[in-house]
Design a protein around this ligand. Structure first.
Ligand code: ADP
Ligand code: MG
Length: 238
């Protein structure tokens, strides 16, 4: 449950080739971080996996099954955006429950699932508040709550902490990896921040211009960077 495989995945926007051809395997339960400079195609790759963009070529397999043509809602994935993607006029309860409401789940079950998610995320006392009445970290937790409420097998995070201040980022890193383990999920986490990659990942995928420069554990990349790009990005001399 929760494995993802990309086979010769490519993506172009018109003439612009953003991802030439990419092969990658992410195992069940792994915390995989995509890292690379701005514009290298991290978000595009995540959106292809989520089904928010169509591939130009290649296949995406989820749990061994071809998911290339499935709608986002059929893929068993949940995407966590930056915290400002909350609905400002809705309570925390309604924000977290929104995906279930859209899926036609009945109210009693929505309430139960929202309350379970709130417990995991320490938001129980904040369910009737509006997003503007919360701190940055609490807002980010609500955004995560909206993702976990559907019990996905896989989480996709796109730079979820980039709006938060430095101290809070450190806390949220820990909270996200703890949650990942608690839920037994597979996670893909996009960042341009080397420290986040090194501290959170089981597996790091270093991207450059839509190509994979290297895949490995933080220690492998640190001690045996394959080239100067990886060395420069991960921060050890080659
Ligand atoms: P990253 O997340 O690594 O910063 P992106 O995946 O957002 O990079 O973007 C990679 C490249 O693809 C950039 O050059 C960007 O301009 C281009 N791009 C992304 N989305 C679109 C789109 N919808 N239409 C055209 N170009 C796009
Ligand atoms: Mg991006």
């Amino acid at each position: 449950m929760g494995s993802i495989k990309l086979e010769k995945v490519s993506k172009s926007f018109g003439e612009a080739v953003v991802i030439p051809s990419l092969d990658l395997e992410i195992n069940n339960g792994e915390f995989c971080v995509f890292v690379g400079p701005s514009g290298c195609g991290k978000s595009t790759l995540l959106r292809l996996i989520a089904g928010l963009e169509d591939v130009s070529g290649g296949r995406i397999l989820i749990d061994g099954k071809d998911a290339t043509d499935l709608q986002p809602s059929q893929r068993g994935l949940a995407m966590v955006f930056q915290s400002y993607a909350l609905y400002p006029h809705m309570s925390v309860r309604s924000n977290i429950g929104f995906p279930l409401k859209m899926a036609g789940v009945e109210k009693a079950e929505i309430d139960r699932k929202v309350e379970d998610a709130a417990k995991i995320l320490n938001l129980t006392d904040y369910l009737e508040r509006k997003p503007r009445q919360l701190s940055g970290g609490q807002r980010q937790r609500v955004a995560i709550g909206r993702a976990i409420v559907r019990s996905p097998e896989c989480f996709l995070f796109d730079e979820p902490l980039s709006n938060l201040d430095a101290a809070l980022r450190v806390n949220m890193r820990l909270e996200i990896t703890e949650l990942h383990h608690k839920l037994g999920a597979t996670s893909i986490y996009v960042t341009h921040d080397q420290v986040e990659a090194m501290t959170m990942a089981d597996k790091i995928v270093v991207l450059n211009k839509g190509n994979i420069e290297q895949v490995g554990s933080p220690l492998e990349l640190y001690h045996s960077p394959r080239n100067l790009f990886v060395a420069g990005f991960i921060g050890s001399p080659k």
